[in-house]
Design a protein around this ligand. Structure first.
Ligand code: F6R
Length: 332
């Protein structure tokens, strides 16, 4: 189950954290790379850095870094590599390609500090999530996102009230009774559905879909809600389930995207801070007890971790050990 451990305690005001902030603020280009769930955390981190600190990150899948970015690297650029295990082959390859092309410093965001990636790094920012036993990454995702948020704040010398996040996560866990048997049934029977996010909640949609696919084997696609009308909308018919995640500030777009689905008789399940208009427009409304633009995506992702867990258990699948995959992917 999701939990918050000590990213904040480990890095706030520590010299390594300040050094990372300085490097990021003075780099020519900042590449960031990772795989799977770690990629989703760095994508959310990209929004945090741009929205909070006015700093652009260049994100890529670790498996794509070589094709997309490596030939353009210079010694004035930095790479932020994100990995729970520090042993993912794609991430190691990306770091090697960065070095081989005369890239500058590597900052790693890691859980396993005794890893190959730790050895390849100039600066290590530990996410301090303790051992994560289950194959799906949950608490490490939460802490990777939190670390990016703290890093963005560090770049502008600000701090956030982490207690608000802790309380909102706890409240969200206690809201899990909202995932009723009827919600589970409507998803299970369809065997496929979409999860849509807009802007800062787009990475959450991707991560939610990954977690649900991974532990329930149902087909679930995460995408940007602004892109849904450009083709995928044609799949919607009577009762087709579409989850829509919305931060408070994006309500105006969300209402329009809900309308697009409802007009085609789709079933809309909205995940957002409490809002009467969104509630009235949706078939099911899950109020996430967090209005903060930057904390909301992290808290909303916990809701989907719980949904994935419940779906797996309901389908008789062990969510800690889904078939076909291992905790650390050490092949190309
Ligand atoms: C999904 C999951 C994977 C990992 C990915 C990268 O729940 O755990 O997608 O996130 O294999 O692993 P790390 O972070 O160890 O590099």
């Amino acid at each position: 189950m999701p939990s918050l451990v000590g990213s904040e305690m480990c890095i706030r005001d520590s010299p390594v954290y300040r050094e990372a902030g300085k490097l990021i603020s003075s780099a020519r280009k900042i590449f960031t790379t990772g795989a799977g769930t770690s990629y989703h955390s760095l994508l959310l981190g990209t929004y945090f850095m741009s929205n909070i600190a006015n700093i652009s990150l260049l994100p890529s899948f670790a498996s794509d870094f070589q094709s997309l970015h490596a030939p353009l690297c210079t010694k004035d650029d930095i790479l932020i590599a994100v990995s729970q295990s520090g042993e993912t082959k794609d991430v190691k390859n990306a770091c090697e390609a960065f070095r081989a092309n005369n890239g500058g410093k590597i900052i790693s965001i890691l859980n396993n500090l005794n890893s190959t990636l730790a050895e390849k790094s100039d600066i290590i920012l530990p996410i301090a999530s303790d051992l994560e036993v289950s194959v799906p990454a949950t608490k490490t995702f939460t802490n990777q996102c939190l670390l990016f948020l703290l890093l963005a704040q560090q770049c502008i010398n600000k701090s956030i009230d982490i207690d608000r996040l802790k309380n909102a996560v706890e409240d969200t866990i206690s809201l899990s009774h909202r995932i009723t048997p009827s919600v589970l049934r409507s998803i299970k029977h369809r065997k496929e559905f979409y999860i849509l996010g807009f802007g800062i909640t787009y990475p959450v949609a991707l991560e939610a879909a990954l977690k649900i696919k991974e532990v329930s084997y149902l087909h679930c696609e995460g995408m940007h809600s602004g892109e849904f009308k450009h083709g995928p909308l044609s799949i919607v018919e009577d009762g087709y389930p579409v989850f829509i995640i919305s931060a408070k500030e994006d309500k105006i777009y969300t209402l329009s995207h809900i309308h697009e689905v409802k007009t085609r008789l789709g079933k809309v399940i909205t995940i957002a801070p409490e809002d009467e208009q969104l509630k009235a427009s949706s078939d099911v409304f899950v109020p996430i007890p967090c209005e903060d633009r930057y904390l909301f995506p992290i808290v909303a992702s916990v809701f989907f971790q719980i949904l994935a867990y419940k779906l797996a258990v309901d389908l008789g699948i062990d969510p800690d050990y889904p078939r076909n995959i291992s905790k650390t992917i050490t092949v190309d």
